[in-house]
Ligand binder design. Structure first.
Ligand code: MN
Length: 200
């Protein structure tokens, strides 16, 4: 059985950038629905129910075909949102010089990184996510549709921005760019950096 993790801060902790009502509905309603639907889809499949959801996502092609779409959508939703809450924090946290250097070496500058990441979110048509991932021990930017996880393509998500309308519509309406611009203020870089462990 999967469960929704508690938010590691108050619902209003990300104000004014992400508003309290959005956080309440997003965490308590949307994330809970993904978890409930995932548990329902996997009912009776104890092996899958006992796995960390990240492992379920990375093994999505092995999930029985009859329930694969439900597991893809809801397991992805559970994995993505669990990551999302953890890579944000009140006021954001300072990026380390070492990780900033990594981003600069990969993308040209920190500003170019944020531009490309924002572009990935802005050009994702409909619902989905923008990601910074570990792709074979290299930093890369990508986006996914719906609740697909980079884990489903063998990549490790480090930072993700939810660009579903439910993530921003109450405060920002149709202005996805304004939401993404404000969202950088609440990124928990300490948590993002912890996830990047290139081998050797
Ligand atoms: Mn969401």
């Amino acid at each position: 059985m999967f469960t929704v993790p508690d938010l590691p801060y108050d619902y209003n902790g990300l104000e004014p950038h992400v508003d309290e009502q959005t956080m309440k509905i997003h965490h308590d309603k949307h994330h809970t629905a993904y978890v409930n639907n995932l548990n329902a889809a996997l009912e009776g499949n104890d092996t899958w129910l006992k796995m960390p959801v990240e492992e379920v996502a990375s093994k999505i092609s092995e999930v029985p075909e009859k329930i694969r779409t439900a597991v893809r959508n809801n397991g992805g939703g559970h994995a993505n949102h669990s990551l999302f809450w953890s890579i944000m924090c009140p006021g954001g946290s300072k990026i380390s010089d070492a990780f900033k250097k990594n981003l600069t070496e990969t993308f040209g500058s920190f500003e170019k990184f944020t531009e490309q990441f924002t572009q990935a979110g802005m050009t994702r048509f409909g619902s989905g996510w923008a990601w910074l991932v570990n792709d074979s021990d290299k930093l890369a930017i990508m986006s996914t549709a719906n609740q697909d996880s980079p884990l489903m393509e063998g990549k490790i998500p480090l930072l993700g921005c939810d660009v579903w309308e439910h993530a921003y519509y109450l405060k920002y309406q149709n202005m996805r760019a304004d939401y993404m611009a404000a969202w950088w203020n609440v990124v928990n870089w300490t948590e993002v950096e912890k996830r990047f462990n290139p081998k050797g």
